[in-house]
Design a protein around this ligand. Structure first.
Ligand code: MG
Ligand code: MG
Length: 595
């Protein structure tokens, strides 16, 4: 199907918005009046620019407070409409959006509304224009799609149809079933937006919190299926008012937006991109660092052993059980200091996983490798983290470790058996995008998002996992742009005995993040512990949590660059990540860094 996006959904000048929409693969745009008014380009120039970019102008919007008004008001409305129709002729736009009236003089009179919309349609037809009438969820007298359709039906003019907007329909809790009763050729336009489920004023909700389909809590796919059932042949168009997108860079937002429509089309069954290949484990985490020394010291204290070195790159492989950490001292990356730059995901079909990612607009990374290296398929996540699809020790698939040459080593006592989870701090404007990316591209499940207070504000966190929990990625984001650098990334290491692992770490010279005594006093009040147990936790900086499934004990190392490690012991199927303890951890890190 054709895809379109309202210019109001993107940041920047009109030209920048159009360029971003075109590059992301959209077929058309809705030109928002304010974007046109603020543009130095003449309507003919905008038309030419769109043509050059391969964009059709699918809609001009909005025309407000048109119907059910006193005669004198309507006369001036028609005059205004004539001007706009002339403008649309210059733009080459043939459909205009008319929102249900919020005019203070508008009356609750469907016959009057239908009559005036009929007159408007007569005028529009002279200009070769179609009028799409939409019920605003907060319209003065018309606020549901059924009501708007009734008026359109009564008005009965070929140049008048209805515009359906998923936000207005689903935010009011209307049953979308009735959509199937509208003839497809009378649905002139379909606007799509999702939104988180919030209990708030619908106007504010719409203006600030709309998001792309799949990122919120509405069943947008169900609505689209019903619309397609009518025979609707227009575009799927995104109209998203969102405070964050208005500030984020237009290019990445447009890609994110287009990905959401590709997924929606897959969900409703009109396209079949390559199926997701769900990762089955974490092959490695790769740290990029300008100075390997502090990282090596930390890994050594945690019980890791340097087991191999890459044949052609300055990359060391550190290993303990099935936990593998690559330390890359190659050309400094995009970030200063030490960062978690890449993740190797065990994939049953690395090539298929890359094809899926590519089909969903994830940038496929060039394979920078020597001729002898195993082919590693990699894509970039929205935050720039490189995701490698790889196979470890599996017959028939190239093993990435073949690129590494063993170095003489003696394995330590160990205690860590695998990587429990990876925590990635997202740029503040990419949180929703990141969750949708990991869900759609990798086929992971997204858990509920949680808010955690920290010394800098509110941090949001959301985990994405595979079914058996062998891949767990915790995505987090701070409340403000400046938080990007504040929130560290971490690698959580799974152990069966966190007390022993923490002791060993300390004996090896490692420093555990100190946790305040108040925390342990509170733990004593909340839970009953065996004799001496809490004292042990207090001495080792171990935190504790419990859910309906089991228990969680964990402690943190000091931070190197942007990265720290966590030792975690999950018992009895505990599903969380110790979110309850995150504020204490964040405050403790704030204290340690002297902030
Ligand atoms: Mg709308
Ligand atoms: Mg963690």
């Amino acid at each position: 199907m054709r895809t379109s996006i309202a210019t109001v959904s993107l940041s920047g000048s009109l030209t920048e918005k159009l360029t971003a929409a075109s590059r992301a693969g959209f077929d058309g745009v809705e030109i928002f009046e304010n974007d046109l008014l603020a543009s130095p380009l003449a309507p003919e120039e905008i038309r030419a620019r769109c043509a050059d970019l391969g964009l059709r102008i699918d809609l001009y919007q909005p025309m407000r407070d048109m119907e059910a008004v006193p005669a004198d008001v309507f006369a001036s409305n028609l005059r205004r409409a004539r001007h706009k129709f002339e403008l649309m002729g210059r733009l080459g736009a043939d459909t205009v959006l008319v929102c249900s009236s919020v005019h203070p003089l508008a009356v609750d009179d469907d016959a009057l509304a239908a009559g005036q919309l009929h007159e408007l349609a007569v005028l529009a037809q002279e200009f070769g224009i179609r009028v799409a009438y939409e019920a605003l969820a907060w319209g003065r007298h018309v606020s549901t799609y059924e009501h708007a359709w009734n008026i359109v039906e009564t008005a009965d003019h070929p140049a008048l149809g209805t515009c359906l907007d998923s936000f207005h329909i689903l935010s009011r809790g209307s049953d979308p079933k009735g959509i199937e009763d509208i003839p497809g050729e009378k649905i002139f336009f379909l606007q799509l937006a999702d939104a988180p489920l919030l209990a708030m004023d619908v106007l504010q909700w719409s203006r600030h919190y709309r998001c792309f389909p799949g990122q919120g809590g509405f069943d947008v796919a169900d609505l689209v299926r019903r619309v397609l059932h009518t025979g609707y042949e227009g575009p799927l168009s995104l109209e998203v008012f969102n405070d964050v997108y208005r500030q984020a860079e237009a290019g990445p937002t447009a890609v994110d937006a287009h990905r959401s429509l590709l997924l929606l089309q897959e969900t409703v069954g009109v396209t079949t991109p390559p199926a997701p290949v769900v990762p089955t484990g974490v092959a490695f985490a790769e740290l990029l660092t300008p100075d390997a020394e502090p990282v090596a010291a930390l890994l050594g204290a945690l019980g890791f052993t340097r087991t191999a070195r890459h044949r052609s790159k300055p990359v060391d492989l550190w290993q303990q059980g099935e936990a593998r950490v690559l330390v890359n001292t190659g050309p400094a990356g995009r970030r200063d200091g030490t960062s978690l730059a890449a993740i190797g995901l065990e994939s049953p079909d690395p090539v298929g996983a890359a094809l899926r990612a590519e089909a969903l607009l994830a940038p496929v990374l060039p394979r920078r490798r020597a001729a002898a290296d195993a082919p590693l398929d990699a894509v970039a996540a929205p935050d720039g983290t490189e995701l490698f699809f790889c196979a470890t020790d599996r017959a028939g698939l190239p093993d990435w470790r073949g690129d590494f040459e063993d170095v003489p080593h003696e394995s330590g006592p160990g205690g860590v058996h695998s990587i429990d989870h990876l925590a990635l701090a997202q740029p503040w404007h990419q949180f929703d995008e990141a969750a949708l990316f990991h869900r759609s591209v990798l086929g992971l499940h997204a858990q509920e998002s949680v808010d955690v207070a920290d010394p800098y504000g509110l941090m949001r966190s959301r985990a994405v996992t595979n079914t058996d929990g062998s891949v767990r990625i915790a995505l987090s984001v701070g409340a403000a742009p400046s938080d990007d650098t504040v929130h560290a990334q971490h690698i959580a290491l799974a152990t069966d005995d966190v007390v022993t692992a923490a002791r060993r770490f300390r004996e090896a010279g490692g420093r555990v993040l100190p946790i305040p005594a108040n925390y342990y006093d509170d733990l004593a009040a909340r839970f009953e512990f065996a004799e001496g147990e809490l004292e042990t936790y207090r001495a080792l900086g171990i935190l504790y949590d419990r859910d309906a499934y089991g228990e969680f004990r964990h402690c943190y190392t000091r931070t190197v660059g942007r990265v720290f490690f966590e030792l975690v012991q999950r018992d009895g199927g505990y599903r969380g990540y110790g979110a309850q303890n995150a504020p204490v951890r964040l405050a403790a890190q704030h204290t340690v860094t002297g902030g």
